[in-house]
Design a protein around this ligand. Structure first.
Ligand SMILES: *Cc1c(COP(=O)(O)O)cnc(C)c1O
Length: 394
């Protein structure tokens, strides 16, 4: 049976997939089973940081496959220790816990925040304030953290202890801190699924001040924005803040499932043996790939990411079919003035370019960080043509 049919017959229908069976990829090019080649500006939703089947990443993974694939966390292994060292050196954070996904990383940070606050301020200090339009994952607890009602209904009751503040409204945050015994404030500096909304510098620094003054932990969700995506190693570094817990996943492993919680000096000793764990967490193959990725995210690459991002933003800001452009580095949201983002996506796909959408009718670009500039700009021209085409249809 052909793949599409098999999938529809046997895979639970949680995804509405686009009409392509991808079979092979190299760099930012992906080919489907009919031999069509696409320029992929999605990188598997920000996962394939250096594109498909990148040679350096592949060699690192293959070398580890020849050693061992899994040990359990009862033993030491080199790749995860090495990856933790790199993450700490690049951020100044002190310790790392490895899981397998963004949601699992956020669960870990939420548990750490609850334990810290209960120990320090008493068991009734457990509320975590997150933002409206945020996205933190699909488990019952990370759904509770996610400030979008559309994901909540049908799954109630969710884990208690989460309230949602209005984005870029410090007075609303202050009010919620007054009203709730608050353990932590958790933010994405750039909301990804929520529409590529960049938080204001003043607002984020205001949150840091509130946290400092009230011994509230600051958690930054870098699942999508991390690992070089925004032109800094983590997006919080663009804001001059010092979070207590940082979570990441997507790009961390360059394509294999791995997530992490980073702890600073304040939170590094919150977890004791037995408090938390994950059978697959820190898997040596995923971690070996991750080491090869982390080693390559250096100042030269980050500068290149910023330069390419600015070029794309300027390109679309000059386009009369575009209402708004927002983003940082190679995380870019484009709001069409006339068309529906979903229609533009389909037209782009027909013309050989893969893009994402996000809420608030936005086209979302998360290309591989090493995408050649001419390939990127050629794909942007295809998007521009699709925007014009959709306007004419309207
Ligand atoms: C994708 C995402 C998650 C969830 O990650 P999974 O690996 O799908 O569990 C959490 N937070 C943010 C900001 C994300 O973009």
């Amino acid at each position: 049976m052909e793949t599409e049919k098999l999938d529809q017959n046997y895979i639970a229908h949680t995804y509405d997939r686009y009409p392509a069976v991808l079979v092979k990829g190299h760099g930012v090019k992906a080919a489907d089973d009919k031999g069509r080649v696409y320029t992929d500006l999605t990188s598997g939703i920000g996962v394939n940081i250096f594109g498909y089947c990148d040679d350096i990443w592949k060699k690192a993974v293959e070398a580890q496959l020849d050693c061992l694939q899994h040990t359990s966390n009862l033993y030491y292994t080199e790749p995860c220790a090495h990856l933790a060292q790199l993450l700490c050196e690049k951020t100044g954070m002190k310790k790392v816990f490895f899981g397998n996904s963004g949601a699992e990383a956020n669960e870990g940070a939420i548990k750490a925040a609850r334990k810290y606050a209960a120990g320090k301020h008493g068991a009734d200090t457990y509320t975590i304030i997150t933002l409206k339009d945020s996205f933190h994952g699909r488990t019952i607890t990370t759904l509770a953290a996610t400030g979008q009602d559309m994901f909540h209904h049908d799954f109630l009751p969710l884990t208690p202890g989460f309230v949602h503040a209005e984005r870029n409204n410090l007075a609303d945050m202050e009010k919620l801190v007054r009203e709730n015994k608050t353990a932590a404030i958790m933010i994405e500096c750039i909301q990804g699924e929520g529409g590529v909304h960049v938080l204001d510098q003043k607002y984020v620094q205001g949150i840091q001040k509130i946290c400092d003054e009230n011994d509230i932990l600051l958690i930054v969700d870098e699942v999508q924005t991390g690992n070089g995506r925004t032109g800094s190693y983590f997006s919080y570094m663009n804001y001059g803040i010092h979070p207590d817990l940082v979570t990441t996943a997507k790009g961390l492993g360059g394509g294999l499932p791995i997530g992490a919680v980073l702890f600073n000096e304040k939170t590094q000793d919150v977890f004791r043996p037995g408090d938390h764990g994950s059978t697959f967490g820190g898997n040596p193959i995923a971690a070996a790939g991750g080491v090869s990725i982390a080693e390559r995210i250096d100042d030269t690459l980050l500068q290149d990411v910023r330069a390419k991002g600015e070029k794309v933003q300027a390109f679309f800001k000059a386009d009369p079919d575009v209402k708004a452009v927002e983003g940082m580095g190679l995380m870019i949201g484009i709001e069409p003035k006339y068309a529906k983002a979903e229609d533009v996506l389909m037209t782009c796909m027909k013309h050989g370019v893969l893009v994402l959408t996000a809420h608030d009718n936005r086209i979302r670009l998360l290309p591989a960080l090493n995408i050649p500039e001419d390939t990127l700009m050629a794909a942007c021209e295809v998007i521009q043509e699709a925007l014009a085409e959709e306007r004419k249809i309207k």
